[in-house]
Design a protein around this ligand. Structure first.
Ligand code: BDR
Ligand code: CA
Length: 301
């Protein structure tokens, strides 16, 4: 069983990814930490609690950063709705966030764990950057970080910047330079590997969980004729099926000021760096991704 920490800003696509992570018997979701991103941290925490409660799980949720390290906070409620997870009428959650802040909760869990843990990070990387600054010893307890974010092709916040990196570029820079084992699941693959209408219709038939997922996916504003971009779900898919991705190791820098703010720039010709810092996903087997997702809903929810 793979033990994971899920650091996120639900968010419709974070929510779908959490649904899989909460219910897959092959995964042990130890902790959910939240960050301000798609909506405020109060709302992202509440959305995480709604899902924990929907699936009746006992996974702690710890609320994290209310704003980026330096930059001003900007939300994405135009994509995810006012609640951050519009499209399904969840009851008011009875569970509450734990008393500890996300960074302390992550630190205590990492230090208590006999083996290093994998972190999926699908919001701004503010919590992760704070963890590395406050508890550098925790690096040794992190096996891998699978990040949704960044792009080597086009952006979704500007022509060059992706939302999670753009949201807190200083935090992204700290994480990218950390020396941790990093995988970048960016827009290069998440805009390509869309969940098709056929997959969407198949999951909509899968009982109460299918209805809930149908509701929130239908409300997602990130849609084209090819399907819906459920970006964050690909971090869970990568965790279980790295072979479904074409990857390349690069040195990637984050632009922290100016008109290209939030851009992720790979040294593709190895002109400036001999070493690499990130495994970048460049292509995805979209059919396998769709099949995997539909089966996760059918088999586990
Ligand atoms: C990322 O931005 C957010 O809006 C989504 O949840 C995803 O993590 C895509 O750029
Ligand atoms: Ca997200």
């Amino acid at each position: 069983m793979t033990k994971i920490i899920f650091d996120c800003d639900p968010g419709i696509d974070d929510g779908v990814a959490l649904a899989v992570a909460l219910t897959d018997p092959a995964l042990k979701l130890e902790l959910i930490t939240t960050v301000a991103g798609n909506v405020t941290v109060d709302k992202t925490s509440k959305n995480a609690l709604k899902l924990v409660e929907f699936f009746n799980k006992e996974v702690p949720v710890a609320a994290g950063a209310k704003k980026p390290l330096i930059k001003q906070y900007e939300d994405a409620s135009h994509i995810h709705g006012q609640s951050g997870m519009d499209g399904y009428d969840f009851p008011e959650p009875q569970r509450t966030v734990v008393a500890k802040d996300a960074v302390v909760a992550m630190h205590e869990l990492l230090q208590a764990s006999p083996e290093p843990l994998t972190i999926l990070a699908t919001g701004a990387y503010t919590n992760l950057a704070l963890l590395l600054a406050q508890y550098p010893e925790d690096k040794a307890k992190i096996k891998q970080v699978i990040l949704m974010g960044g792009t080597l092709s086009r952006g979704n916040m500007s022509s060059v910047a992706e939302f999670n990196v753009y949201s807190d570029p200083q935090a992204a820079e700290i994480v990218f330079k950390s020396g941790l084992d990093l995988v970048m699941v960016g827009l290069d693959v998440t805009l390509k590997g869309r969940i098709t209408e056929a997959s969407h219709q198949a999951i909509a038939k899968c009982g109460p969980a299918g209805q809930m997922l149908d509701g929130i996916i239908s409300a997602d504003g990130d849609k084209t004729e090819a399907g819906t971009a459920i970006h964050d779900l690909q971090t869970v898919f990568y965790l279980q099926h790295p072979e479904a991705f074409t990857t390349k190791d690069y040195w990637v820098d984050v632009v922290t000021e100016g008109p290209a703010l939030g851009a992720t720039v790979a040294d593709v010709r190895a002109a400036y760096h001999q070493e690499t810092n990130v495994k970048v996903c460049l292509d995805i087997d979209t059919d396998s991704f769709n099949e995997w997702f539909v089966n996760k809903v059918k088999d586990n929810m």
